[in-house]
Design a protein around this ligand. Sequence first.
Ligand code: ZN
Length: 484
Amino acid sequence: MRVYNTLTKKVEELKPREAGKVQMFVCGPTVYDLIHIGNARTFVFFDAFSKYLRSKGLAVEYLQNITDIDDKIITKAKTERKSAKDIAENYEKEFMADMNALGVTGVTRYARATDHIPQVIEQVKKLRDKGHAYQTKDGWYFDVKTFDGYGKLSGRTAEMAEDGVSRIDDGVGKRNKADFALWKHPNSALPPDSSGNANALMRMIDGEPAWYSEELGWGRPGWHVEDTAITEHYFGPQYDIHGGGQDLMFPHHEAEIAQQESASGKAPFVNYWVHVAFLINKGQKMAKSVGNFTTVRRLTEQYSKEIIRQYLFSADHRSPLEYSEEIMESFRFAQDNLKKTLRRMAVYSERGAFNVDAPGSSDRLSAISAEISAALEDNFNTASAIGLFNSMVALVNQLIDEKKFDAKAYDVFKSTLDSVNAVLGIIPEARPVDVPSDIADLMRRREEARAAVDWPGADAIRKELESRGYTIDDTPYGPILSEK
Ligand SMILES: [Zn+2]
């Protein structure tokens, strides 16, 4: 398959470092609040992407970090008079609940920053030993001037960091504006620990969690280094795919490259960088800081995961995606229609409606199925794949009406539907309605009335069924009951 690689700015053939195996890392959440649907777009995209690679027979190791130590967590803990650990644990739980509600099941391993402090310390020490890190009174910093490749991902240079919109570390005594923290000392320092238990000993220092390292002193990981410490631990210094939201490209991902390539001396750190664009709400990028966001929690209370996923896949992942209630409602409407088609097909199939001879019908469906595969192979174009799938559903409806939908066509449709759903997770469950016996009895009596050309009698029964919460569609293959 072909993917757009941010690093080379080209669509390239995806070639894993080791045949048959893909190592993919995606930046996870900072667990200090509920996530919004702009964040969810990234997680849902890579969930489907990993499932697609697996469906092609690749063994995918999908790793995601959980940033459970961060200034935002500490600030929230102080405001709410809780410990940073409590805040992080709580919102990690909420994050997992959201992922579950969205049907995100593709991640192989979640890795918390605080479970990898020894690995962080090791990496910072390595950077210090190689002359890439220096200490100020605030902590250890990476000197971007010591890494020639700084800016190769985002096209932004160290000087351009001046206009950095996102999370540039402030600090007194930094050599360059773009230098970033590797190890942050707590505000009030403690004397060196005398217990002899050097690494990974956590203490609370004035509300700030800190770990002790003999060489680095008390501190906590900078934001960028946790990712590379974690990926080096599980994948080694080089791996296949790094994903994340577009806004993480600079400075976060640029910093990751600088750290890992400097620490290992091996390049490229990652072969393919894949970035997912943001959501637009009321003309602006959806963001916590703008306040125009909708939480995943709120959306999953209103819409099924299939509706939300279909919406999130409705634009190419590199294009911004518009959000509004009206747009969500249109996806709800489309899902209701799809559900109706699927239910109709299940009933028709039961009633033997597809026992017809319709040469050529299955070929027409197979052709669309092949186009869907081609769309996914082409930079995982979900929007195009879903559009094609919808056209397939329309063709199915048409063929059924023309009595040209045979068992072979049904098989093609069913297997396409299953494979699309296994990857994208967009097909609603359409179980046939459970018909209570008294309702079945009414249905039978109505059919008898119709057969006897007793229209007033049949109408009266229809009204009764409606008053009990059902609607009836009369089709060429008999009536189909739905719940209102
Ligand atoms: Zn990250």
